[in-house]
Design a protein around this ligand. Sequence first.
Ligand SMILES: NC(=O)c1ccc[n+]([C@@H]2O[C@H](COP(=O)([O-])OP(=O)(O)OC[C@H]3O[C@@H](n4cnc5c(N)ncnc54)[C@H](O)[C@@H]3O)[C@@H](O)[C@H]2O)c1
Length: 383
Amino acid sequence: MQTVKMGIIGAGLRSGIAKYWHHPDGDSQVVAVADVAAEKLKAFQKNINEDAFITTDYRKLLARDDIDAVAVLSPDFLHEEHVIAALQAGKHVYSEKPLAITVEGCDRILEEQKKSGKHLMIGFNMRYMSMYQTMKGIVDSGTIGDIKAVWVRHFVGHGGYFYYHDWHGNSKNTTSLLLQKGSHDLDVIHWITGAYTKKVSAFGSLDFFGGDKPNDLSCPTCSEKDVCTEYSAHTLVECAFREEIDVEDNNMLIMEMENGIKASYLQCHFTPDYQRNYTFIGTKGRIENSELEGKVYVKTRKSHSWHEYSDITYDIKKEKGSHGGADPKICKDFIDLVLYSKKPLTTPFAGRMSVAVGCAATESIRSGGKVVDVSQESTLRVN
Ligand SMILES: NC(=O)c1ccc[n+]([C@@H]2O[C@H](COP(=O)([O-])OP(=O)(O)OC[C@H]3O[C@@H](n4cnc5c(N)ncnc54)[C@H](O)[C@@H]3O)[C@@H](O)[C@H]2O)c1
């Protein structure tokens, strides 16, 4: 059996997925890791592979001949630099979402991939979740007809913890959370409808997080830790009300898509609960999911056939592994892509298009809600 030898760039929270690539007797092994923080490298060795080569300079990892493929798990603003350098070093690349934080950055990546002839896969693990594969299957079967309307609510109940206590809270690192967190949802909307977005208009603001606390304030040393609702005793401890925070925590986006589809997307970071709620309305019916109940509901309208006599509820089966079982599947698909050129469920161009919508929506928000055209690039397009 051939073995794909992998290097990881970025040994932070997301690097937990490296365990799905490290199978010493299997078809992939993680042999090296790079991170600027030495303590992250030590933890990675302890958790994943104690013999892994470690370096604080990712270029040293890329220079190794024993590495076939690289996973870029660094913060968003570094994806462009790391993905392009890895492709130029002749490695196949798995890049976490978002592909980059600008459309131009995505296009530079796509051009580099074309030149390199190497595989590039974007980490849209929602496409590997049973819930969303079920919804995609129902829509593709034609049961609800041609999709005309989409409505998505994303309650990011842990928003304070994951997005305002570290680098995510500053637009220079992410552009916006509508782009960074929303890149998954915008992609799922594109994927399930089979259509890309043409125009957007959006409103958003920072209604809860951010403020006037010093940028170097951290929770453990804060005098208000006993009364602060966002006090964090975990890994991420930068103050959620610090001055530098400038990414909206409450976003409303409307989208005009191809095929006459209209979509809306709400993303709010201070809800008490965490869930994503999707509705697709077609000419023959409607589907909606409940992540909390693990169900997808199908409702059909009058059809002059037996279809109108009953609605259907799907119970989504639980899968093993992080992100509802999606992470082991997406990691396996990357290895199958490298070894057998097996097509994964995602495309780099889809990665580019979700960034393009995120950028256009951010521009709209920050200019009072004006309608913004989404950058299209037909020569590189793949559905
Ligand atoms: N698909 C998903 O479900 C999912 C989930 C979580 C995170 N992510 C993505 O994964 C990426 C990483 O997120 P995270 O939560 O692990 O962040 P993190 O901050 O926990 O980890 C990032 C790591 O990169 C390291 N780093 C910074 N600069 C570096 C450099 N120049 N060279 C090498 N390493 C460097 C940091 O020290 C840190 O250890 C993000 O782009 C995020 O969007 C995706």
